[in-house]
Design a protein around this ligand. Structure first.
Ligand code: PMP
Length: 355
């Protein structure tokens, strides 16, 4: 038995793997593989339509937003956001909560001015800064809703006088959000949406085509929106598998139900981290992520033997990112609570052996 706590690409529901693999051999009874049909075929158009529809339904997307399936990962969004929303000479406001936020800022600086409204860098990003002002003349405000590497999450978003842009790569579809509060949301697929290779963008139509820049077509949201994400060949298989995963999510009861389960999973794990004298959490309790649970051993000498025991018990992907060290258990939507209980048992077994 394997328990996959990997940070991404990560666990998806077994039934999604099964359905996706069936479609590789025979897609919807057509006698053709999903990998060989044209992206302009009506069968694939139906996949794209259903995917967009499921995103809108599950996230309650109001009218006036485009739902796009693009390529280049969340990392290309670090550039596409300023390319499309930051006009020459303008300033964009960024909240610096970790490595991904820093990378987003680095790219934005190629297009205009970046003002860091607050940063938790001095504490190695163990918390989410709360008191800051967003300048009213900024082109937009950018935040990372969940910090995959450092294990913090924004539980409330600021009221902003300017459009809010959020990188939701690692917590989209894990919690309820009010899309209306955002001008743009982007998310690399490979956590709670589907396989790597596609990135989801929700953008308010009124923000499109305003930067005054001449953009390469592939970097222009408006061109992708006008072409319903079919300007060029989209990542057909990633989108199809994401659609299957969204169907699964809907059948499970939707994002609200997922949030309840994710909250329970995270609570079970943090409870053990706080109770067990061998371990301690790395982040401020009120900002602890429900997706990526980061912890270390009180005694650094316990780190390697705990990792060894956990691996022997079938735990995959719990080694922490090198910039935090220790452990990171990613407990995305498809990870059942029983896997969290199994990890807790290993933590208890280790504590007994090392009391
Ligand atoms: N933002 C966040 C919050 C992430 O977790 C990641 C990747 N794990 C990225 C951006 C980069 O995504 P990609 O690899 O799809 O470019």
């Amino acid at each position: 038995m394997k328990y996959n706590f990997g940070a991404g690409p990560c666990i998806l529901p077994q039934e999604v793997f099964k359905q996706a693999s069936e479609a590789v051999l025979n897609f919807n009874g057509t006698g053709l593989s999903i990998l060989e049909i044209s992206h302009r075929a009506p069968e694939f158009e139906a996949v794209m339509d259903e995917s967009v529809h499921l995103v809108k339904e599950l996230l309650n997307v109001p009218s006036g937003y485009s739902v796009l399936f693009l390529q280049g990962g969340a990392s290309l969004q670090f550039s596409m956001v300023p390319a499309n929303l930051l006009a020459e000479g303008q300033t964009a406001a960024y909240l610096d909560t970790g490595a991904w936020a820093s990378k987003a800022m680095k790219e934005a600086k190629l297009f205009g001015n970046v003002q860091v409204v607050a940063s938790s860098k001095e504490s190695n990003y163990t918390y989410i800064p709360k008191d800051y002002e967003i300048p009213a003349d900024a082109a937009y405000f950018h935040c990372t809703s969940n910090n995959t590497i450092f294990g913090t999450e924004l539980f409330s978003f600021p009221k902003t006088p300017v459009p809010m842009v959020s990188d939701m790569s690692s917590d989209i579809f894990s919690r309820e959000i009010n899309v209306e509060d955002f001008g743009l949301i982007y998310a690399g697929a490979q956590k709670n949406l589907g396989p790597a290779g596609v990135v989801l963008v929700l953008v308010k139509d009124e923000l499109l085509g305003k930067s005054g820049r001449k953009l390469p077509s592939m970097l222009d949201y408006k061109i992708h929106a006008d072409n319903k994400s079919l300007y060029n060949t989209p990542p057909v298989f990633s989108i199809y598998t994401a659609m299957l995963n969204l169907r699964w999510l809907k059948a499970k009861g939707g994002v609200g139900q997922m949030e309840k389960e994710n909250t329970a999973k995270a609570a079970a794990l943090y409870e053990e981290i706080d109770r067990n004298p061998i371990f301690k959490g790395t982040c401020q309790p009120e900002d602890r992520s429900r997706m990526n649970v980061c912890f270390v051993t009180e005694n650094p000498e316990h780190e390697k033997p705990f990792l060894k025991l956990a691996e022997e018990r079938g735990m995959i992907g719990i080694k922490g990112h090198r910039s935090v060290g220790g452990f990171r258990a990613s407990i995305y939507n498809a990870l059942p609570i029983t896997s969290v209980y199994s990890l807790v048992e290993v933590m208890q077994e280790f504590a007994q052996k090392n009391a």
